[in-house]
Design a protein around this ligand. Sequence first.
Ligand SMILES: Cc1ncc(COP(=O)(O)O)c(C=O)c1O
Length: 394
Amino acid sequence: MRSDPLNFLATDLDTLKQQGLYRQLRILESEQRATSTFDGRQVVNLSSNNYLGLTTHPRLREASLEATRKLGVGSGSVRTIAGTMEIHMELERRLADFKKTEAVVVFQSGFAANAGTVAAVLTKDDVVVSDELNHASIIDGCRLSRAAIKVFPHKDVEAARRVLMGLPAGQRKLLITDGVFSMDGDLGMVPQLCGLAEEFGCIMMVDDAHASGVFGRNGRGTIDHFGAHGRVDIQVGTLSKAIGALGGYVAGSKTLVEYLYHRARPFLFSTSHPPSVAAACMAALDVLEQEPQIIERLWENTRFFKSGLERLGFNTGLSQSPITPVIVGEGALAMKLSDRLFAEGVFAQGIAFPTVPRDKARVRTIVTATHTRGELEFALDTFAKVGRELGIIP
Ligand SMILES: Cc1ncc(COP(=O)(O)O)c(C=O)c1O
């Protein structure tokens, strides 16, 4: 009998289990809300990227249903063949207006936007200079491009400068950072890196996935937050987090967008969004413009919850955003903390190596605009109880 050539996968999974790093998928049995039902248990949800509660906003829901009624459930093709609908073009125009750039191209996800763009813009003769904590989609894009990859320590602008000084003047260089780092919640060194890009003639790129809808005027992102308009050549945003639906986009010049229409492989070789998604995203942009108080509520909740965790004595790292990590060190301890919180009614995902360094495992919390004060107080009380029980705080 033929032995299973995939046996090694089971061995790898067993190793994860022995290390306490095996992750059971939690199943969401209700809508994605501040309090949701996962695995049959109602919990305060501190794990979603639904920063503004837009996944269930009536205006998005209605827009999406209306588009489905009018235009059907799918686009039927990739963008370059028969899958570019007027509603896709309208969303790109709306996003360009929102981001204050000449043009925007929408991808199926933020991951596809990052990976597809980096891989399209660079070749094997080029070099990318990248923060060590940049998102996996950037790393994959760099690998696909076959460009040389130079990684600088997290937010270390001087180290990035040293890397750039060692590169030939004529070589094409891409300098890239996350706007908000997804595991630590701190901000990228956007203005400082823009300065370096200008000095060394680099292409400057910022992945603003976690800043879209959160930072800047009406949620325009970190480029707006830092007043860096015109200094970033390639801005990536996501429609999957604060915007509440699905997708990613690249904002920049008309030439960049036209080039990506011709060269970005996820754009060329993967079907475009259903019309309902494009319609929901446009309704989300209306909400950002017309109901900015939602963003203010997100920040009030962020301040309240973050200061509560800090008062209890948890290590929350250097977060500057609604993402607040509770760093505990060992992966197994992070998973245990997450499990005990869940049993007590709070869902905060445990995150360990390889997503974060081995000694910096954590549970990651994300508050949303829709959490009530009562829900956040309950979550803090639960963190206090479980944190003491596990000896994480005194
Ligand atoms: C920093 C960062 N960039 C890009 C992405 C990918 O975005 P999407 O979920 O839209 O694919 C994520 C999502 O995890 C992220 O955290």
